[in-house]
Structures are given as structure tokens and as C-alpha cells.
Design a protein around this ligand. Structure first.
Ligand code: NAD
Length: 350
């Protein structure tokens, strides 16, 4: 008898509920036994429970240790999110990562047959491992003189830098990848990015089978545009990883197909690379693929590799056949039509 996995499910804001609904249908068609526990966060949490990250959601994640979420709208310049217990975060997304004690955000980026990326002739297949527990996004921003000067604090520690480097090398070894490239600006930020880089090379010596290299962020951005196929695994501090992963996803096939996952030592939370897309929310045309592929990453983490493969095969067939594609990837289908097709192909009915 196969065990049932309990999963925290956060519909999120904007297009979140539409793509979460599609993803749940595909995951249920994969054959894995899943029980979803629906919880709120973001504007949904605020309106239903008076908090963008309600205690119910925190408790569910602690209990289930695995979750999948739709994107959350972020209130620009909004109040920090303070969790029960006092921890403060810049946004509800950052607070959820904090709840999971997440330190790694993983974004695989690949080109698919059937989606015209920017480079029709290149096969892109890389993974970006972004440090998410520190860096410049720790939320320590102060106004020195209102509207005239402000400062933000960039935090880098050896412990977190070694932890993310080790995570990236272990991922490379597990997925039979050959090279890990650290991205930094150590020539200017010698104390912070310099520490990140030194920690990276110290850990690299434990992985002699994998080539370690580094690039400065400006050069890495240029190389990503000129020849994205040259990258294998990239490990980056918080902000560079954030920017590079959208750049890479956009080059490979658009934001609508970029999956992701946040990993702590005990809790993992999966989410698409893109945001809440308020410009198309409620119109039924959001591309569900990024979240569906995030769901496949979640199945891997649950040890449901066969189900994960079924989902990925379903997505690949869907893209190759090209019927029901959403407008962002060149079709005129709806989220529901795309989901219907992927569900059928995941069940291998066609
Ligand atoms: P976005 O990713 O939401 O949208 C950028 C563009 O890509 C838009 O034109 C949108 O329509 C399109 N797009 C994104 N996802 C798509 C999909 N699945 N299918 C089709 N088209 C898609 O970025 P944004 O506009 O900068 O941000 C909107 C909101 O989302 C903001 O409040 C932002 O803070 C938030 N956001 C949340 C997360 C998260 O929850 N992890 C991540 C990024 C942004």
C-alpha cells in the first residue's frame, strides 16, 4: 500500500488560484497519492485571517514539511511582515521562506521542443541555485534622511556561503552535472562577495569530480545572453540569483515555463519563477506549466520519481503537439484547456 503525502497548498494571489487549480489536477493524474491541505497567504491571508502569513499556514508547513504555492502580490513599500514569535521579513514571500528556514532556491532552466525561445539553435539546460537566507534581501533597509538618502545592509556569512556551495555541488553530483559556477562581484564587494567566493572554493575542494569556476555578475549576465548553453550549475548570492534566474528563464522559453523550489533542512516549498501577473489575472489565460513543473520537482522530493517523470513527459508531449498552448508561448488556449491536455497526457491516455 503506497503512502499518502500530505502537502500544504497555498493558492496565492493574481493568477495563483488559476495555475494552482491546474497543477493540482495534473499532480493528481500522476498516480502519486497526495492529500492537499489548503492554506492562505498573501492578500488571501490578509483578507481571510488578517495576516499575510497566518498561523494556520505556518503550522501546516511545519506539520507537512512540504508545500506548493501560487505567487503572492507584493505591496511595494508595504509594512514588514512580522510572524507570531517576532521574526520580521520584508515580504510575505520572504516570511514563507523564513518559516521553511529555506536557504536554497533552485530554478532549473531548460529549453523545450515546441517553445521558441530566443535561441532556436541552442539547447539550454542549467540550474540556478540561489542563496535565500541572507544577502541584500534581509530586509535591513533604513532611511537616513527621508526622500534624500537610505541604506540597506548586505549580510554574508561563511556558514551560509559554505552551506549553499555544498548544496550546489551535491545537486551537481546527484544530477550528473559537470560544472558549478559561482557568481559574485568580489572585486568591488571584497568583504561580502569575497567571503562568498572564498567559501565556495573551500567547499569545491571536497568535490574533485566537479569543475568549480566563477564569474562576476556583470560578465555572467552578458555570457547568459551570448551563450546560455555554456552554463551547467550556477550558485549565486540572493540578489544576483534572483535576477539571473528571470533572465535565464526568459531566454529559454519565457517566465511561464520556469519552475522552482525553496529548500531548508526540513521543509521544502515549491513555486513558479514568475509572479502573480495581475495584468492577466482572472482572464483564464495564465500558463500553468511553470507551477506544474514545480510540482514535478515536489514529486521528486517526495521520492515519487515515477510520478514526476509522468508529469514531465506529459508536459513535453503537450509542448511538442502544440495544441492548447497559452498565449504567452504562442497559442490561443486557456489555462483550463492546457490543464485538460496535460492531465490526459500525464495519464498517458493519448
Ligand atoms: P510577473 O512575473 O507577475 O509578470 C511579468 C510578466 O510575465 C507579465 O506580463 C505577466 O503577465 C507575465 N507572466 C508571468 N507569469 C505568467 C504565466 N504563468 N502565464 C502567462 N504570463 C505570465 O512579474 P511582475 O509583474 O513584476 O510582478 C507582479 C506581482 O507578483 C508583484 O506584486 C510582484 O511583487 C509579485 N511577485 C511574486 C513572486 C512570488 O510570489 N514568488 C515572484 C515575483 C513577483
Amino acid at each position: 500500500m503506497r503512502s499518502t503525502h500530505r502537502v500544504t497548498l497555498i493558492p496565492g494571489d493574481g493568477i495563483g488560484p488559476e495555475i494552482v487549480d491546474a497543477t493540482v489536477r495534473v499532480l493528481e493524474a500522476s498516480g502519486a497519492q497526495l492529500r492537499f491541505e489548503e492554506c492562505q497567504a498573501g492578500f488571501g491571508g490578509q483578507s481571510r485571517f488578517g495576516h499575510p502569513v497566518p498561523d494556520e499556514t505556518v503550522n501546516s508547513l511545519h506539520r507537512n514539511r512540504i508545500g506548493i504555492k501560487g505567487p503572492l502580490l507584493v505591496d511595494r513599500g508595504g509594512q514588514p511582515v512580522v510572524l507570531n514569535g517576532g521574526a520580521r521579513y520584508a515580504t510575505a514571500n520572504a516570511a514563507l521562506r523564513g518559516v521553511c528556514a529555506a536557504f536554497a532556491n533552485v530554478r532549473p532552466v531548460r529549453s523545450f521542443a515546441g517553445i521558441r525561445g530566443r535561441y532556436a539553435d541552442l539547447t539550454i539546460d542549467l540550474v540556478i541555485v540561489r542563496e535565500v537566507s541572507e544577502g541584500i534581501y534581509v530586509g535591513r533597509e533604513i532611511e537616513i534622511e527621508p526622500d534624500h538618502s537610505a541604506e540597506a545592509t548586505l549580510v554574508t556569512t561563511r556558514a551560509a556561503s559554505e552551506r549553499i556551495a555544498r548544496f550546489a555541488f551535491e545537486l551537481a553530483r546527484r544530477d550528473s552535472r559537470k560544472r558549478v559556477c559561482a557568481v559574485h562581484k568580489a572585486n568591488v564587494l571584497g568583504r561580502t562577495d569575497g567571503l562568498f567566493l572564498r567559501s565556495f572554493y573551500d567547499v569545491a575542494s571536497e568535490f574533485p569530480d566537479i569543475k568549480a569556476e566563477d564569474q562576476m555578475i556583470d560578465a555572467a549576465a552578458a555570457l547568459m545572453v551570448l551563450n546560455p548553453a555554456r552554463f551547467d550549475v550556477i550558485v549565486a548570492p540572493n540578489q544576483y540569483g534572483d535576477i539571473l534566474s528571470d533572465l535565464a528563464a526568459a531566454i529559454a522559453g519565457g517566465l511561464g515555463v520556469g519552475p522552482g523550489g525553496n529548500f531548508g533542512n526540513e521543509i521544502s516549498l515549491f513555486e513558479a519563477c514568475h509572479g502573480a501577473a495581475p495584468d492577466i489575472a482572472g482572464r483564464g489565460i495564465a500558463n500553468p506549466l511553470a507551477l506544474v513543473l514545480s510540482g514535478a520537482m515536489m514529486l521528486d522530493k517526495l521520492g515519487e520519481e515515477v510520478a514526476a517523470r509522468r508529469v514531465r513527459n506529459g508536459v513535453e508531449k503537450f509542448l511538442r503537439r502544440g495544441e492548447g498552448l497559452t498565449p504567452d508561448i504562442g497559442g490561443n488556449g486557456t489555462t483550463r484547456q492546457a490543464a485538460d491536455r496535460i492531465v490526459a497526457l500525464t495519464r498517458d491516455e493519448e
